[in-house]
Design a protein around this ligand. Structure first.
Ligand code: ASP
Length: 582
């Protein structure tokens, strides 16, 4: 038997017992006649104690132990003289009577402690060592707990977990596909699912009524801290539902997770904010509601033929940074530098501050004090506040001001990771226009239904931009946690949608004929949603890098540096697949 207990288990009440532990050497301390070894496993750390007087040979062996050696120790549990209150096993130690080295270890390339000296690259290359560290392991434990609670809740709600295939045909979710060549069908390719979208809809046609799956999805797109080429979704679909049924069901899921995993009770219904309002008030479709700083527009008050920058702008819009009137020139200049960064691309900010001396702005020479007062009134500004105003093309300016708002939120400490502000953003437009190509794209995906009252416009191909969808996103703290929609379940409507998106009828049939055929065999009205599981876990873990919550993530170049993938394959393999690499 390798062990009678884990390294996290022994307490004072175990004193006097003879036990066996197995684990890794975290650290060995040699204090002359005494040697102490911290033995670690997934569950904790227990101190092993050796004494020359008791057993010289054993003490000598203990001295030879290196970091991360795998050892087995038998001994007597004893109350410690100097207790360590920082760990649950800190009141006891093991007086070792027998020690066995099960395996040696090279010196690890970084320290395996709470805080490590290893950089990202090293940690990823030796991820199996990184995973021995508490914070990373805790991330995986959180992930496990959340997966269980997702299954608990959804099972209670009659959802069936059904697996869908991984070797499929392209399902467009707005990214590129990863493709897999077929040896048996040379020249043809599978696509890995960007999501199980079409399959879950087919499961509704099949009468399964409620489906879910915690499932890997694959999207070939540029990576960021909250994106991985393969990631996990909680994917769900329901038949015979309207938007409200879906929102209520998954609001229930979110509340269940908040309660069971974080011990937070949300009794109030989540806010539901129309897309247009989110864009108008926060300049983005995933507003962070942990703080205010709502946008207010100033076109009517600021465009008076005196200040060209404002007069010529499509939009003049600002936010009120409460309590920032006393910011130094250096601080406000830093804000300007922030919005001038190429990623944001604004030209500047107009400031209005309200100090003891009254209202003062950086455009005083163009505006009278009464003008500034009117502006201040619109923002509900008080003494001590600082208005930040930006101007330019409407969409761009909103985006830029959104960045500034979030930046100010960070600077002012208003984005505490343990405060949670969930909301649903609803009434998304069905389509958006790609300015470059002039083509319409599905804002969510091509299977999303128009609102019934807007449906005719789709058939007439009239003003597609004004068609709204029963599509919704769950947003928490400025992060899109998931989204979904009511689907099209009617062939003619699906064909009309593909036409608006620029598919020829033939192309639509080639790619999605199977789904449209299914719609002709009694497809029930249905809808659903999918939630980014990695993101949700990282939100609950209080850190924004989703890689911290994935056992073996890829780096920013889409590589797994540990196994060195992607990598070349043999000529023979290529030949079998009928592929030549150029
Ligand atoms: N398939 C969608 C996605 O991956 C979610 C949904 O519409 O249910 O975003």
């Amino acid at each position: 038997m390798f062990r009678t207990h884990t390294c996290g288990e022994l307490r004072l009440s175990d004193a006097g017992k003879t036990v066996t532990l197995s684990g890794w050497v975290q650290r060995a301390r040699d204090l002359g006649g005494m040697t102490f070894v911290d033995l670690r496993d997934r569950y904790g750390i227990t101190q092993l104690s050796f004494n020359t007087e008791r057993n010289k040979a054993l003490c000598e062996e203990a001295r030879q132990l290196g970091r991360e050696f795998v050892v087995q120790a038998e001994g007597l549990v004893r109350e410690r003289e100097s207790k360590n209150n920082n760990i649950p096993t800190g009141e006891v130690e093991l007086i070792v009577t027998d020690l066995k080295v099960l395996n040696g270890a090279k010196t690890p390339p970084f320290t395996i402690e709470e805080e490590t000296d290893g950089g990202d690259e090293l940690r990823m290359k030796y991820r199996y060592l990184d995973l021995r560290r508490n914070p990373v392991r805790k991330g995986l434990e959180l992930r496990h707990r959340m997966a269980i609670e997702v299954r608990n809740y959804l099972s209670q709600q009659n959802f069936l977990e059904v697996e869908t295939p991984v070797l499929i045909k392209s399902t467009p979710e707005g990214a590129r596909d990863f493709v897999v060549p077929s040896r048996m069908n040379q020249g043809e390719f599978y696509a890995l699912p960007q999501s199980p979208q079409t399959f879950k809809q087919l499961l509704m046609v099949a009468g399964l009524d409620r489906y879910f799956q915690i499932v890997k999805c694959f999207r070939d797109e540029d990576l960021r801290a909250d994106r991985q080429p393969e990631f996990t979704q909680i994917d769900c679909e329901m038949a015979f539902v309207e938007q409200d049924d879906i929102l209520n069901t998954f609001e229930g899921l979110a509340k269940h997770l908040f309660r069971t995993v974080l011990g937070k009770d949300f009794t109030e219904p989540f806010l539901r904010m129309p897309f247009d309002e989110a864009m108008r008030d926060y300049g983005c479709d995933k507003p962070d509601l942990r703080f205010g700083m709502k946008f207010h527009e100033l076109n009517d008050l600021a465009q008076q033929g005196r200040f060209k920058v404002f007069d010529e702008a499509e939009l003049v819009v600002g936010i009120n940074a409460e309590g920032c009137a006393n910011w130094s020139r250096k601080q406000t200049d830093a804000l300007i530098d922030f919005v001038k960064r190429p990623q944001i691309g604004a030209t500047g900010i107009v400031f209005v501050k309200w100090t003891e001396e009254g209202l003062k702005s950086t455009v005083d020479k163009f505006y009278a004090p009464e003008d500034l007062q009117r502006w201040a009134h619109r923002f509900g500004m008080k003494e001590g506040d600082l208005l930040c105003i930006m101007a330019g093309k409407a969409d761009k300016t909103r985006k830029q001001l959104n960045e500034l708002r979030l930046h100010l939120g960070d600077l002012l400490g208003l984005r505490d990771p343990w405060t949670f502000k969930p909301l649903w953003v609803v009434d998304f437009p069905l389509l958006e226009k790609d300015e470059e190509s002039g083509r319409w794209h599905a804002m969510h995906h091509p299977f999303t239904a128009p609102k019934p009252e807007d449906a005719q416009k789709l058939f007439d191909q009239k003003d597609p931009g004004s068609v709204r969808a029963n599509a919704y996103d769950l947003v928490i703290n400025g992060t899109e946690i998931g989204g979904g929609s009511i689907r099209i379940h009617d062939r003619a409507m699906q064909e009309a949608m593909f036409r608006v998106l620029g598919f020829t009828d033939e192309d639509a049939r080639y790619k999605f004929g199977f789904l449209m055929d299914a719609f002709e065999f009694g497809a029930p009205p249905h809808g659903g949603a999918a939630f980014g599981f990695d993101r949700w876990v990282s939100l609950f873990g209080g850190r924004s890098d989703i890689r911290e919550f994935i056992a073996f993530p890829k780096n920013n170049a889409g590589r797994d540096t540990m196994i060195d993938a992607p990598s070349r394959i043999d000529e023979i393999q290529l030949k079998e697949l009928g592929i030549r690499s150029v």
